[in-house]
Write a protein that binds this ligand. Structure first.
Ligand SMILES: Nc1ncnc2c1ncn2[C@@H]1O[C@H](COP(=O)(O)OP(=O)(O)OP(=O)(O)O)[C@@H](O)[C@H]1O
Ligand SMILES: [Mg+2]
Length: 591
């Protein structure tokens, strides 16, 4: 806990460090305005004692002018302070958001399976917004009030030591409840922010899958659950507000009570002629300043503590280390990667499924330029093998060699450059069709892009879209059919121009006609490239050089279609089911 707090302070100062100059401006303006505010008290004293008491119109005008001058200076100083302090808040938070995003996007995918990514996302927005308000106002408020409080106390003593003693007695009375309630407020704040993050995450998840939600008439249940989250957040916020409200109430009562007491004693002094009216007025002015400074500080302390919580969480996030890293001294791949893959005794179980292996002692050689098909029942570990090849996860045992180099010894970027992936659920991004096609290589030429789209049988439907290649797709490529998305994903992979192709059910969503054409294009693409194809339809698989049958993460058999019909009971069963039902299925697709 304490180390966390320390790290939070360290992080905040690291982010502030580059802006020393701006901090200096803000501090100067702050000192300046505080100084002027404090001197207004003297202005009031002079105004009353000299201006009014001497009954001289000239003197009065003189002091009023001084007073106006002070106010103009105060206004200018306040503008400067406000500008620089807000600037700092916005700047630092922009830097923090940037840094956190840069960190998150390099983390290994497994991290987001263990930590809900939507929650991280909504926390990030909430936490950084809080930091922004704290750096961009609360800190300056705290500092300003601290200076006012100290300066006010000094002036109080100068003006009247006896009355000051009365004020000072009330200080510990005010500070003690601040400390007690401040701690409670802080704890509740953290809980409250977690609850709010839950609310955000829930909205994101449900709206992201709205069709499924509505198709199953799940709205009422979601309304109920969401209501629960909202009420939870409200309940905690209410508790926090009560504590904070109590804190403010106590402070007001104590501070104004002390002022009343002081007015009484001071008023008697004026009546007795021991002090002047101007002195009493200045004194009241200073004590109100000190009092409201203490009040503001107590309020700001709550804010600061909330911000400390937010910073701690950001520090935690930044401290999370990727488990998949480029080694210190990465081995290098030759300029021309051959695409030889050797999988040796590979065993892997997902972190969330500890113990149950998704890949179990798998050994497999894929020669350069070869097309190897992976077949097997659902859940056999085919997609997982692709994840391991791309090093989204590291195997528990065994290794993967790429052109004879252990994949873990390679620079991650070099390793991934070797692969073009068409995943089982092709993912497109918010942006134009062109943005999505050029995803792997933004600098590719227009002609190359169109050629790839043609090869993937996507050009015709793209040009039929309202704005062709410039058509905007929604989040995750909404607005396209499943087969269209798949063809875009294939064109994207063609453009990636990598030595190894990984096709995970790449043509599963296509009708027989398109599948035929896309298959032609893929066949072209496969020439000279190592290709791993996962396919359920054995028709797609039959043309592969070799077929590997996976079952429960193990290699069941390896060979050509004919060999496997002989050798593998599992394959023969899959094949006979396919030829009995498979043909009608693909005809149905063609309709
Ligand atoms: N992210 C994950 N976390 C935990 N377990 C997973 C994860 N992804 C897959 N699994 C499990 O690992 C096993 C292999 O899954 P995998 O996706 O590799 O199967 P597959 O052969 O591609 O199946 P399909 O043909 O249905 O796509 C399954 O038992 C699955 O439940
Ligand atoms: Mg799969």
């Amino acid at each position: 806990m304490q180390t966390n707090r320390w790290q939070a302070v360290k992080m905040a100062s690291q982010f502030l460090a580059p802006y020393r100059r701006q901090i200096a401006y803000a501090l100067l303006a702050l000192l300046f305005t505080a100084g002027i505010t404090l001197s207004i008290g003297q202005g009031i004293r002079l105004l009353i004692d000299q201006g009014f008491a001497t009954a001289s119109a000239d003197l009065l005008a003189h002091y009023v002018l001084i007073f106006i001058g002070l106010i103009v200076a105060l206004a200018i100083g306040t503008f400067t302070r406000y500008y620089w302090v807000t600037w700092l808040g916005e700047r630092v938070v922009a830097d923090i958001r940037d840094k956190v995003f840069r960190h998150l996007i390099e983390l290994y995918p497994g991290f987001f399976e263990q930590n809900r990514s939507l929650e991280i996302q909504s926390r990030l927005t909430a936490d950084t917004t809080l930091l922004q308000s704290v750096i961009g106002s609360s800190v300056s408020m705290a500092l300003r009030n601290l200076i006012m409080m100290l300066g006010g106390i000094v002036w109080l003593f100068i003006t009247n030591a006896k009355l000051t003693a009365i004020v000072m007695i009330s200080v510990p009375l005010v500070v003690t409840p601040i400390l007690i309630y401040g701690r409670r407020v802080r704890r509740l704040s953290r809980v409250s922010q977690d609850k709010v993050a839950n609310v955000g995450a829930y909205v994101g998840e449900v709206l992201g899958q709205l069709k499924t939600v509505q198709a199953y008439n799940h709205q009422d249940i979601d309304k109920q659950r969401f209501h629960q989250h909202v009420e939870d957040a409200f309940r905690v916020a209410k508790q926090r507000t009560v504590q904070r409200g109590l804190l403010i109430t106590i402070v007001i009562v104590l501070v104004l009570g002390a002022v009343a007491l002081m007015l009484w004693i001071g008023g008697l002094d004026v009546i007795e002629g021991r002090i002047t009216g101007g002195e009493l007025a200045a004194f009241v002015f200073y004590s109100v300043i000190v009092g409201s400074a203490v009040g503001s500080i107590s309020e700001v302390i709550g804010e600061l503590q909330r911000a400390a919580g937010a910073t701690e969480r950001i520090v935690e996030l930044l401290a999370s280390r990727s488990e998949i890293l480029t080694p210190e001294n990465p081995a290098s791949l030759p300029e021309q990667v051959q695409g030889d893959i050797a999988i040796q005794q590979l065993t892997f179980s997902y972190p969330s499924r500890n113990g149950i292996p998704a890949i179990d002692g798998l050994s497999l050689q894929v020669r350069k330029g070869e097309t190897l098909a992976l077949v097997g029942p659902s859940g056999a570990g085919k997609s997982t093998l692709f994840d391991l090849l791309l090093r989204f996860f590291d195997a528990d045992k065994g290794s993967i060699l790429l052109d004879g180099q252990d994949a873990r010894q390679l620079d991650l970027k070099d390793l991934r450059r070797c692969f073009a992936l068409v995943s089982q659920n092709p993912v497109l991004f918010y942006g134009t069709v062109e943005d999505n096609l050029k995803y792997a290589r933004p600098d590719i030429s227009e002609e190359a892009m169109i050629a790839a789209a043609k090869a993937a049988h996507a050009h015709d439907f793209i040009t039929a879209l309202p704005e062709g290649y410039q058509t905007r797709l929604g989040d995750a490529g909404t607005g396209l059919s499943g087969g269209q998305k798949q063809r875009l994903a294939i064109a994207r992979a063609i453009l990636a121009d990598a030595p190894i192709l990984l096709l995970d059910e790449a043509t599963s969503a296509l009708d027989a006609q398109s599948e035929y054409w896309v298959q032609q294009a893929l066949d072209q693409l496969m020439i000279g490239r190592t290709t791993l194809v996962i396919a359920h339809r054995l028709a797609t698989v039959k043309n592969a050089d070799r077929i590997a049958v996976l079952d429960h993460g193990k290699l069941d058999a390896l060979g050509t279609h004919e060999e496997l019909l002989e050798k593998s009971e599992l394959y023969a069963r899959l094949a006979s089911l396919q030829f009995r039902y498979g043909s009608t299925e693909s005809e149905a697709c063609a309709e």
